[in-house]
Design a protein around this ligand. Structure first.
Ligand code: NAP
Length: 520
């Protein structure tokens, strides 16, 4: 029997009472560890976090909590090699892809440690300036932000067991709010191990951080009015979370990060041979293959003028053909596996669904696996589809509303010299996390941007002058907002200190100016 991972609740390591669910290596098929959350006293766990963890965290200042985040980042950095091993085994990722998750998580934690320092030794934050309520400036209104006196429950997706934890935990803990994380079962090992290392280092007060690995059953039932829940995952599970009585009856604040059909747009002003086209091709190929396309921010639709459809298809296909797929332990492999057999089948079914309305421009099934048995390994080659012409892009409804969570993208031609047509097609995604725009003319780029910001949480603009510095379409930086309207879930995370809003309650204080100036 493999090891049964413990849960950390009520300040103690506790095993579930069942046999557990096995986690597997998606390349070798071997069983790695097991997780189980049955029999845990969830009511006690939430109460302990809420009262002990919350009280102790709120007694500290922002600067003191920021220092703890910094210390946690150092502990994680010191154990980084172990995380890489777990990620290779459990997520089937090559080193570069592991870095996006592991190093991305540690970097985000470190970034919040730095940002938090600037908040100083205070226990709540002022929100704006006092506003006069009467003719006389003696009686005024001052808004303040106070950490919520509840827990933050995180229900996370399988694709970012490290980054998904820390991008949420950093702002919550900095705010003074204890966290309970429930990682996706398939990849819970890495999350559990990182929490274990931080807990063992004794950095945070008891109850500040808990981890529950296994079934989500009963977690939402524990939530009280001042708790918050932050969910990342599929639109279907998001709908269950949103309709839970904790949200509908107790007004538990909820943040949803769901799926998204993100776009890359080449401006109509570009012509054959332009550098912007090369940049687009490079970025799309990278986005399709990083983490085998299992990134919520990955490019799914590539919008190009009809006249450039063939040349972009050729350049992109040539690049994708060079992607070696297989066992991530082999140094020559550039793309590992998808996370498990279920995802493998879902990607295959998604491809069949999209192919009914598209042409195959590069067929992922032609990639022979390196060092891996195709009967066992959940490896999928990168596939580029195309809607053939502008009329096809209008007619093909599936590409605009289907997220195939794997190395799959569709080339979507729009009418030549018709930016409005491209924008109209992009909007059929009904709200996305990110769109990237490629062009060489700053004026043309700046005109397109405001047409995208209403329907995207982030617009990533790539012009030749930033080619060497740009941070990547799909990379989520702690300084920038993550989340998107509409089908992307309507959530907001990160964006620097803006992330703290979710964990604070805003109140207006109406008082004399003499009292307000004493508020610290
Ligand atoms: P999922 O099946 O919805 O699972 C997400 C989480 O919800 C898991 O921890 C899962 O636990 C839990 N869960 C399942 N049923 C639940 C219920 N009834 N009540 C409470 N929790 C429940 O999603 P996934 O397959 O892990 O993730 C893939 C999706 O996430 C993709 O669509 C991707 O686009 C999206 N995603 C979005 C973002 C973003 O930031 N917008 C980031 C990453 C991924 P179990 O694992 O135990 O079932």
């Amino acid at each position: 029997m493999t090891e049964l991972l413990s849960n950390y609740v009520s300040g103690q390591w506790t095993s579930g009472q069942g046999a557990g669910t096995a986690l597997h290596d998606p390349v070798l098929g071997t069983e790695l560890v097991r997780v189980d959350a049955s029999g845990l006293d969830l009511a006690a766990a939430f109460a302990f976090a809420r009262h002990n963890g919350g009280h102790a965290l709120r007694a500290l200042t922002y600067a003191q909590r920021a220092a703890m985040l910094g210390a946690a980042a150092k502990v994680l950095q010191a154990n980084r090699d172990a995380y890489y091993d777990i990620s290779t085994a459990n997520s089937g990722t090559v080193k570069n892809d592991t870095a996006v998750d592991v190093d991305g998580g540690i970097y985000t934690l470190g970034a919040y440690a730095k940002m938090g320092e600037s908040l100083g030794d205070v226990h709540f934050m002022h929100d704006g300036e006092p506003a006069r309520l009467a003719k006389d400036p003696l009686f005024q209104s001052q808004h303040v932000l106070t950490p919520t006196r509840g827990v933050a429950l995180f229900i996370n997706a399988f694709n970012f067991p490290s980054w998904g934890l820390w991008e949420k935990a950093a702002p919550a803990l900095l705010s003074g709010v204890p966290v309970i994380v429930k990682p996706a079962t398939t990849t819970a090992w890495l999350t559990q191990r990182m929490v274990k290392d931080v807990v063992d280092a004794g950095i945070f007060p008891a109850g500040a951080i808990s981890v529950i690995c296994g079934s989500s059953a009963g977690l939402m039932d524990q939530l009280e009015p001042f708790d918050v829940v932050s969910f990342t995952g599929s639109a279907d599970t998001a709908a269950i979370i949103r309709s839970h009585p904790a949200v509908t009856k107790k007004s538990v604040r909820v943040n949803i990060e769901a799926d998204s059909v993100n776009s890359a747009l080449l401006l109509p002003t570009e012509t054959v041979g332009s550098e912007a086209i090369d940049l687009l091709v490079k970025e799309v190929a990278r986005e399709m293959t990083v983490k085998s396309g299992q990134k919520c921010t990955a490019i799914r639709r590539v919008l190009v003028p009809e006249s450039l459809y063939d040349s972009v298809a050729q350049a992109l296909s040539a690049r994708l053909a060079k992607t070696t797929v297989g066992n991530p332990r082999n140094e020559t492999v550039r793309m590992g596996a998808v996370v498990n057999r279920e995802q493998f089948n879902t990607v295959r079914d998604g491809l069949t669904y999209l192919k009914a309305q598209t042409a195959v421009l590069h067929d992922g099934s032609t990639h022979a696996l390196v060092d891996a048995d195709a009967a066992i390994a959940c490896c999928v080659g990168p596939t580029l589809l195309g809607t053939r012409d502008a009329a096809g892009s209008d007619a093909a409804d599936r590409v605009h509303d289907t997220e195939v969570f794997g190395p799959v993208a569709t080339l979507v031609p729009y009418r030549n010299n018709d930016l409005d047509h491209a924008l109209q097609l992009i909007r059929r995604g009904q709200g996305s996390l990110v769109a990237s725009v490629y062009g060489s003319d700053p004026v043309a780029l700046s005109k397109a941007i405001p047409e995208l910001t209403d329907s995207h949480g982030r617009v990533h603009v790539i012009s030749p002058d930033v080619a060497a510095f740009q941070t990547g379409h799909g990379n989520v930086m702690p300084q920038s907002l993550h989340g998107g309207p509409g089908r992307a879930g309507g959530g907001e995370e990160l964006g620097g200190l803006r992330a703290l809003n979710f964990y604070h309650r805003r109140a207006a204080i109406q008082a004399s100016t003499a009292v307000l100036t004493q508020l610290k």
